[in-house]
Design a protein around this ligand. Structure first.
Ligand code: 4AD
Ligand code: MG
Length: 468
């Protein structure tokens, strides 16, 4: 027989070449039927949809068909036929079947019946084979493409910042250390302080919490850059919105002021959402029907609206008024307090009913590098708040004045000796500039409608969880 090239199932289902011979390979989702005829739903990951394989059991020996159970991997040659059943156009009348790998039903964890998301987290090595995670991970891929496309089209350069760093950019003590020292035999001085001179880098190093500081160096040379890479935070927050390892996209643009920064953030998110609706239709429809009946509607409505822009101070007023009218929050609301997710979501979901960009936060609750306003109290920060998510983007205009920046770093206990290279940008050819960070998984929560951030990254890292 003439050899036939393999076709992906996504293409088979679109094909109208009925009567031709096709070859498909994939994993069995279900098998049902009678003594004479068997129907196999086969999926190869190229689409959420399965192709139906029709098997005339009398034409095959028992040995071939017996191991074709849920989870088995098979190769099927057959005639592409117009389907009689509704829902799909093409099915395959099998002429030849080869079993690559069996999956013993007694031990294979994934069965026909739906599994809970918690069960699937415990089987993260197999969950990409489910409809839900196939959909989520295809969308994740498309969002990465959308992001590169957005920036590339606008003349931004993709800039790679280091993962191992000697500085703590956000000034917070929540980093994972990187060391090759033997932890059983740590060398310490008389005061019990660890001596890092013999460590791999000859100094204390950690996994980065953000590529921003290095990104700023690049923006003040290449003009407009973005980073897109993994970041690490050792904060012990076991919430549905926090990961210890997550991916962040950080654009940084010379000469942009806070208003330009807000516009860039709004255009950027809308581009990603539009891309998802245009390119991930089947997967989003599936998730809409399975988990979140308002998903598509919510995605479309974000595209239509202009994000509301207001200051932190105005936002706190609205929250205080809500409290005065009897609304209760778990955490107190007052000027100077960091906003909790419940406050952010009240503004977005109940008050404005659309995405909100809050600016000009109290300097005490924001990082040292943010541009200081003339009021002496606030900085030119911006957070983009989204329905169901809360904070999806954090960013700011940056302080470009050397003296103000160095003073603020000192006040906030950021060791300036470790970031001399960052401060140098303000000594040599400084310029106004702005940027922000989008949490990739927070974007995916929004686009997929999934409720838990552990379900939008293949291998989540959270406290006490690094099995896979
Ligand atoms: O607000 P963050 O901490 O800002 C920065 O890191 C700045 N250096 C960004 C910049 O201006 N270039 O983090 C940015 C975003 C948050 O808005 C959130 O979406 C996400 O990163 N994020 C997390 N996502 C998942 N798990 C965590 N633990 C996260 N922490 C922040
Ligand atoms: Mg933030």
């Amino acid at each position: 027989m003439e050899t036939v090239k393999r076709t992906k199932i996504v293409d088979v289902l679109r094909s109208k070449d009925f009567g031709t011979t096709v070859l498909v390979k994939g994993w069995v989702r279900t098998r049902r039927g009678s003594k004479q005829i068997s129907f196999i739903a086969l999926n190869d990951g190229s689409t959420i949809h399965n192709v139906q394989i029709v098997v005339n059991t009398e034409a095959f020996d028992e040995e071939t068909l017996k191991p074709i159970t849920t989870g088995a991997c098979i190769s099927v040659t057959g005639i592409l036929t117009e389907s009689q059943g509704k829902g799909q156009d093409a099915e395959i009348q099998a002429t030849d079947i080869f079993v690559y790998g069996t999956a013993d039903p007694a031990t294979y964890p994934l069965q026909k019946k739906g599994h809970s998301l918690e069960f699937l987290r415990e089987n993260a090595h197999l969950r990409p084979r489910t409809n839900t995670f196939g959909a989520v991970f295809r969308i994740r891929h498309h969002m990465a493409i959308a992001i590169h496309q957005f920036f590339h089209e606008r003349g931004f350069f993709y800039f790679h910042t280091p993962i191992i760093t000697g500085s703590d950019c956000e000034g917070a003590g929540q980093m994972f250390e990187v060391t090759t020292m033997n932890l059983y035999q740590l060398k310490k001085d008389d005061l019990g302080v660890i001596d890092y001179s013999n460590d791999f880098f000859g100094k204390q190093t950690s996994l980065t919490v953000s590529g921003q500081l290095e990104g700023e160096l690049a923006a003040l040379a290449l003009g407009a850059i973005y980073t897109f890479g993994p970041t690490f935070r050792a904060e012990n927050s076991n919430t549905p919105r926090h990961l210890a390892e997550f991916w962040m996209i950080e654009p940084e643009v010379a000469f942009n002021e806070i208003d330009d920064n807000m516009q860039l953030a709004e255009d950027f998110i809308k581009h990603c959402v539009r891309w998802a609706l245009d390119n991930c239709k089947d997967d989003i429809e599936f998730l809409n029907n399975m988990f979140d009946k308002e998903l598509i509607e919510r995605l479309q409505s974000v595209l239509k609206e202009n994000f509301i822009r207001l200051t932190y101070t105005e936002g706190v007023h609205i929250l205080e008024e809500a409290v005065a009218k009897g609304h209760t929050f778990e955490f107190p609301v007052f000027w100077g307090a960091d906003l909790a997710a419940e406050h952010e979501r009240y503004l977005v979901e109940e008050h404005f009913k659309c995405p909100v960009i809050l600016t000009d936060y109290p300097k005490e609750i924001k990082s040292f590098y943010m541009k200081q306003n003339n009021d002496g109290k606030t900085v030119r920060a911006m957070d983009v708040l989204f329905p169901k998510i809360g904070e999806i983007i954090g960013g700011s205009q940056r302080e470009e004045d050397y003296d103000k920046l160095a003073r603020r770093a000192d006040e906030m206990g950021v060791p300036t000796k470790d970031i001399w290279w960052y401060l140098d940008t303000r000594r040599f050819g400084t310029a106004p500039h702005s940027g922000f960070g989008l949490g990739f998984e927070r974007l995916l929560l929004f686009v997929t409608g999934m409720a838990n951030i552990r379900d939008v990254i293949p291998f989540p890292r959270t406290p006490h969880n690094a099995e896979f």
